[in-house]
Design a protein around this ligand. Structure first.
Ligand SMILES: Nc1nc2c(c(=O)[nH]1)N[C@H]1C(S)=C(S)[C@@H](COP(=O)(O)O)O[C@H]1N2
Ligand SMILES: [Mo]
Length: 293
């Protein structure tokens, strides 16, 4: 049995989200900025967002994804949802995030390499997708996987990372209303270099958690393997919360360089949880964030 959005999404929510989408790029951006604490921030241009990328499946250079990702076939595409769910299955992207329910979310993206951007995503809360799949009581984590297709992903022909790229979240993080499954940016479908046709966006965590071109989402009772953490656990943690007080072993995380700000712009202070502390800090109450980095 296949569920569609209309089965589970109240019509009022639909209409609301459509209204946001319709006003895209104009007035509608203002409330989104205010709601996420981004008032006064300048959006990065489409040019910047699509030409300065990390997507190692297409090479390690910042311009490699723009150059090589065009060859990735993104249609048809299915996302397998499995593990501890009531309704496992393979879902089409249009089923998970139909055009008429996607909403705009303007988020900061802070890479662990200490650069940042502000990006107007389109997508659906991951929470909605997981609720529709029916999360079982035993589930504690969510694991994600990127497509494995070395024929179209030249970076995967080199054992640079342990392919396919994998990531994971605790269940409460995955169900947090800020956590997005993005299918577009700047009002259009996601460019391949940004993780078409569907990718995760977790704005309070370092960018490597926001896994691109997702083909599998698994609900599990064990903490999932995450690619960068497995590769270098002393440098990249499972949590990877943006935190200016916990430095990377090889560089400071106290400040960041805003892409596109210009040669003479100073570095910006990095904000706790990338500026989303009011919304997310409660999930980490009592945790030692220097240990669980
Ligand atoms: N599959 C996959 N997802 C990935 C990466 C990658 O190399 N492969 N890079 C991550 C990193 S380090 C960052 S900073 C963001 C960059 O997203 P953007 O290029 O859309 O800005 O994607 C993340 N998702
Ligand atoms: Mo990153």
């Amino acid at each position: 049995m296949k569920l569609t959005w209309s089965d589970v999404t109240p019509r009022s929510v639909y209409l609301n989200r459509r209204a946001v989408l319709a006003g895209l790029g104009a007035v509608a951006a203002a409330p989104a900025l205010a709601a996420t604490g981004l008032a006064g921030e300048t959006l990065n241009s489409l040019e910047e967002i699509t030409n300065y990328n990390n997507f190692y499946e297409f090479g390690t250079g910042k311009e490699d994804p723009a150059r090589h990702a065009g060859g990735l076939t993104t249609e048809p595409w299915t996302v397998k949802i499995d593990g501890l769910v009531d309704r496992p299955g393979s879902y089409a992207v249009s089923d998970l995030a139909p055009d008429n329910v996607v909403e705009e979310r303007i988020y900061r993206l802070r890479c662990v390499e200490a650069w940042s951007m502000v990006i107007p995503w389109l997508g659906v809360p991951l929470e909605d997708v997981l609720s529709r799949a029916g999360v079982q009581p035993g589930a504690k984590f969510v694991a994600f996987q990127t497509l494995l297709r070395p024929e179209e992903m030249p970076g995967q022909r080199v054992p640079m990372l342990d392919w396919p790229y994998r990531e994971g979240l605790r269940l409460d993080e995955a169900m947090h209303p800020l956590t997005l499954l993005a299918t577009g940016l700047y009002g259009k479908p996601l460019p391949n270099q940004n993780g078409a046709p569907i990718r995760l966006v977790v704005p309070w965590k370092y960018g490597f958690k926001s896994i691109k071109s997702v083909v599998r989402i698994t609900l599990t009772d064990r903490q999932p393997v995450a690619t960068w953490q497995a590769m270098q656990p002393s440098e990249y943690g499972f949590y990877a919360n943006v935190n200016p007080t916990v430095d990377h072993p090889r560089w400071s995380q106290a400040t960041e360089r805003r892409i596109g700000a210009g040669l003479f712009a100073g570095r910006e202070e990095t904000l706790m949880f990338n500026g989303y502390a009011d919304q997310v800090a409660g999930m980490y109450a009592g945790m030692d964030l220097a240990r669980d980095y």
